[in-house]
Ligand binder design. Structure first.
Ligand SMILES: [Mg+2]
Length: 445
């Protein structure tokens, strides 16, 4: 971190209503219509992106599909499709990479660009970005919109791109900084929530302009280091530099979860869903060439026990509604593992401890403590007498090879090409969000 009154030229590019716009780009029948992209098409599924049209009618990210339908009856819903968004993002970002050598991939639909030295002034940078936006329109998709902010710091660039949506371009410099800050609320600054606002108000700061002019020493006495950061942000000091993209960082964990849409308490179905989630997480982890040190399984149980299964009636005398709340358990692997057999075996054991036939509404599997293979053998194998791998190692190698071979078959012939026997007959449970998407509310002629 370097502290300087910033003379940098930073841009922030934010794709507008991103997932929904990509869906509309891919499917022309969705264009111009209120569209919600959701995690699942079930009525309890959550809207994770709304098209510009849907936002105008009041649909908000975070609503359930049920609520969104009530609010916007004409809305169309599609299930999300992350690989598609990632593919579009990489094409958009590759255009941005032609503007400067320093582009930070901030999220799937946002990037920071350090344009210092590449363009003379904000006006020249603005033209370069407008040309980039034309290229995104012509080369990636004419339905995609992005708002652009240009300023001397990251914080101000992001603030600028937020001001005009969709498709805006705002430049913040020392001449209009005060005017723009006067239009914003304290909580528009990242790092100021209701709690910090109350504390700021206590020392007499009610607006961002008052924060800007407040003596920084006093702020630091009240807020410590954070006081300095808040003051720097609104005064145009840079406190965090653009970090160029140099390959995706290795993930800390890989997991999948599933909200079970119907009351499910059939052992086969719960187990099959869990195995499917484990397999999918395992496959992603193997593709990254990582091993898991531990595995977590979470089971959510239904709280509304209107439905009585045979199992319940047997235990009726002991049944306390709400007694079972599910939970999370984990296992540490003796040796970091990546093969299907170890992962599914551990997940199954955890399920047996967590679940005793109640109605399940949520299942999740997470692989954590991920690390690349060290190439070392087990400690017990270190010894002059065992120059060749022990049977234990050969068995592990075989399991790992079998899992990798199964992954290759699935890459080529689809997820269902090879699976554990317990997964047969699972049907549409925990649908694959990559291969088989459903679209609801659209008639395709
Ligand atoms: Mg966005």
């Amino acid at each position: 971190m370097s502290l300087k009154l910033s003379t940098s030229l930073i841009a922030h590019v934010d794709m507008n209503s991103y997932f929904a716009s990509v869906e509309q780009q891919a499917n022309p029948t969705l264009r111009g219509r209120p569209l919600g992209v959701c995690a699942y098409l079930h009525k309890k599924g959550c809207v994770i992106a709304a098209s510009i049209e849907a936002k105008r009618l009041g649909m908000k990210v975070g609503m359930s599909v049920e609520e969104a339908k009530l609010k916007v009856p004409s809305a169309v819903f599609v299930q999300n499709d992350p690989p598609k968004y990632r593919a579009v993002t990489s094409r958009v970002f590759s255009i941005l990479h032609e503007l400067t050598d320093c582009v930070e991939h901030y999220s799937i639909d946002e990037a920071f660009l350090d344009l210092t030295g590449w363009y003379r002034d904000p006006a020249e940078a603005a033209w370069a970005l407008i040309r980039a936006r034309w290229r995104i329109r012509d080369e990636v998709g004419d339905w995609l919109r992005c708002s652009i902010g240009i300023a001397p710091t990251r914080f101000l660039a992001k603030t600028a791109s937020d001001l005009e949506k969709p498709n805006g371009l705002v430049v913040i410099d020392k001449d209009n900084l005060d005017e723009i800050l006067s239009k914003l609320d304290l909580e528009d600054v990242c790092g100021i929530g209701p709690r910090i606002r109350r504390r700021l108000e206590k020392i007499g700061i009610r607006t961002l302009l008052e924060l800007k002019k407040y003596p920084v020493g006093n702020l630091m006495r009240a807020f410590g280091k954070n006081g300095f950061y808040l003051w720097s942000k609104v005064n145009g000091f840079e406190v965090e530099n653009v970090t160029p993209f140099d390959g995706a960082p290795a993930p800390k964990s890989v997991g999948h979860s599933y909200c079970v849409p119907d009351r499910v308490n059939k052992e086969g179905k719960v187990l099959a869903t869990l195995i499917k989630l484990t397999e999918r997480a395992g496959r992603r982890m193997r593709a990254l060439d990582l091993l898991a040190g531990s595995i977590y399984v979470s089971v959510g149980l239904r709280q509304d026990y209107g439905f009585r299964s045979q199992f319940d009636s047997v235990h009726d005398a002991f049944w306390r509604p709400g007694a079972g709340e599910g939970g999370t358990l984990y296992t540490l692997f003796e040796e970091p593992a990546s093969d299907s057999f170890s992962l599914v075996g551990a997940a199954t054991e955890l399920l047996r401890e967590l679940w005793h036939g109640e109605c399940v509404n949520f299942l999740a599997v997470t692989l954590t403590n991920l690390a690349p293979p060290s190439g070392q053998r087990r400690l017990s194998n270190v010894g002059a007498r065992h120059a060749s791998p022990l049977p234990w190692d050969r068995r592990t190698d075989r399991k790992r090879l079998a899992s990798t071979a199964a992954d290759q078959i699935r890459d080529r012939y689809g997820d269902e090409a090879i699976m554990f026997g317990q997964m047969l007959g699972l049907g549409d449970e925990a649908p694959d969000r990559i291969g088989f998407r459903k679209v609801e509310g659209v008639e395709i002629q």
